[in-house]
Design a protein around this ligand. Structure first.
Ligand SMILES: [Zn+2]
Length: 463
């Protein structure tokens, strides 16, 4: 199979360092606030990577981390008058719960910065000894970028370009503006740990290097994260680890695209973050996942209201067909292997989820036809779809429960006024008052709602 490697800027045949074992690390969440759709997206993509690699026969160990100590966490904890460690603990619990709700599986290893402090200190000591880092009078430790000639190879920047990408802080004890903190001396009231350089806490970049070394050793197969992490975070991870070991750190660097909201970058400062707790109130997990898979994982996704509406419409249609298949056909031993084969082919090409999602439309068209014709091979097709696409977390819930969720959601989205008009029309119809029923139907249509009648009930559909 092929994977796009950010380091070489091309799709490459995937050959792990020690097949059949595969080591994969994805930078996790800095727990300074509530989980948003960007967090879900990244966790979802790497969950898919892991499962597809396992399906290809690899023995995957997948690690994610929580950054549970950081400037932003300390600031957020201070705002709520909570101890920073407690605050982080509470956030992690909330995030775990909501990821479970969205049916994202856990990694094999969960790593936390605060549980890796001793390893980080040992790592930094070695970097100092090898001349790649220095201690300032204040007890801060910086990585010397000049000491590592390969700096910039991942983000494809030279020193000058790199300077534009870093925030210039005013620590006059830094030898170069590009140098970054490995260890930060404690300010009063901050959580801190003892170190050879005094009380302090680790910098962000060193956490991931130290955790990788602890979990996997000097080299790993796949490292992932959002594209916004390429510089400086991942560039710095390479500098730290390769300066320590003298070996290439990561064989395949992978990066997922970023989330935009109505065409704008999603950010806390713009106030347009889509929180998972809000998404959960409206959209079924499978609807959210289906929406997120429309785009290749390396491209940015533009989140709009209609993206979810469309996804919900399609998932409703697909699950209705699956439900019909369940109801129409008794069990058969027939198998459909072509669906799985097509899925594997597309996914082996740099995890082409957009292609496998597009294939679904054809499968369901055929399936619907088979249901109509009473063709019992529909059952084998439906089973193949459930089994194969279960890897993406789609069609893993009983169709009747997904349909019930969406029905309830759509009802909740219809304004009270419309619901009342529709009910009035239904009553008029029951009383055979056709003129009034027709007039009400027309007025609903003018407001953008269509009424669909069944024998004993009606549904309101937004046009
Ligand atoms: Zn990281």
């Amino acid at each position: 199979m092929k994977i796009y490697n950010t380091l070489t800027r091309q799709k490459q045949e995937f050959v792990p360092l020690h097949a059949p074992n595969v080591t994969m690390y994805a930078c996790g969440i800095t727990v300074s606030g509530k989980a948003h759709i960007g967090h879900l997206y990244q966790a979802y993509i790497y969950d898919i990577f892991r499962k597809f690699l396992e399906k290809q026969g690899y023995n995957v160990t997948y690690a994610r981390n929580y950054t549970d100590i950081d400037d932003k966490i300390i600031a957020a904890a201070n705002q709520t008058h909570t101890d920073a460690k407690l605050y982080a603990q509470q956030m992690i619990q909330n995030i775990d719960e909501i990821m479970q709700y969205f049916q994202i599986d856990e990694p094999n290893l969960w790593l936390r910065a605060t549980e890796t402090v001793n390893d980080i200190i040992a790592f930094v000591q070695t970097l100092i000894r090898k001349g790649h880092a220095y201690v300032t009078e204040n007890g801060d430790v910086y990585f010397s970028v000049e000491s590592f000639p390969g700096y910039g190879k991942l983000s494809n920047r030279n020193t000058e370009e790199s300077l534009h990408g870093v925030r210039i802080d005013n620590d006059e004890q830094k030898r170069s503006p590009l140098d970054f903190a490995l260890w930060k001396s404690a300010k009063p009231g901050e959580p801190s740990w003892p170190s050879p350089w005094g009380e302090g806490r680790p910098g962000w970049h060193i956490e991931c290097s130290a955790m990788n070394l602890k979990a996997f050793g000097e080299q790993i197969d796949i490292h992932g994260g959002g594209r916004d992490l390429i510089f400086p975070h991942h560039e710095n991870e390479i500098a730290q680890t390769e300066a320590l070991t003298g070996k290439p750190f990561v064989k395949y660097w992978t990066h997922n695209g970023l989330i935009k909201v109505n065409g704008q970058k999603m950010s806390k400062s713009l106030g347009n973050s889509i929180l998972l707790e809000d998404l959960k109130k409206r959209w079924h997990p499978e609807v959210v996942k289906f929406a997120l898979l429309q785009t290749n994982y390396r491209n940015d996704i533009n989140i709009t209201e209609s993206l979810f509406e469309e996804a919900e419409k399609h998932m409703y249609h697909f699950h209705s067909i699956l439900r019909d298949v369940d109801q129409a056909f008794a069990s058969t031993l027939a198998k459909n292997e072509s669906i799985d084969k097509e899925f594997n082919e597309a996914m082996a090409d740099d995890f082409n989820t957009a292609k496998v999602v597009a294939n679904l439309f054809g499968y369901f068209k055929t399936l619907q036809q088979k249901v109509k014709e009473g063709d019992a091979s529909a059952l084998a097709d439906a089973r193949a779809i459930r089994q194969t696409y279960g890897l993406l977390g789609l069609f893993i819930n009983p169709s009747v429960s997904v349909l019930a969720f969406i029905d309830a959601h759509q009802k909740q989205e219809i304004p009270e006024e419309i619901q009342q008009l529709a009910e009035k029309r239904w009553q008029a119809k029951l009383q055979k008052n056709w003129a009034e029923a027709d007039a009400l139907r027309a007025s609903l249509l003018a407001k953008g709602y269509e009424i669909k009648d069944a024998a004993t009930e009606y549904t309101i559909v937004k046009k």
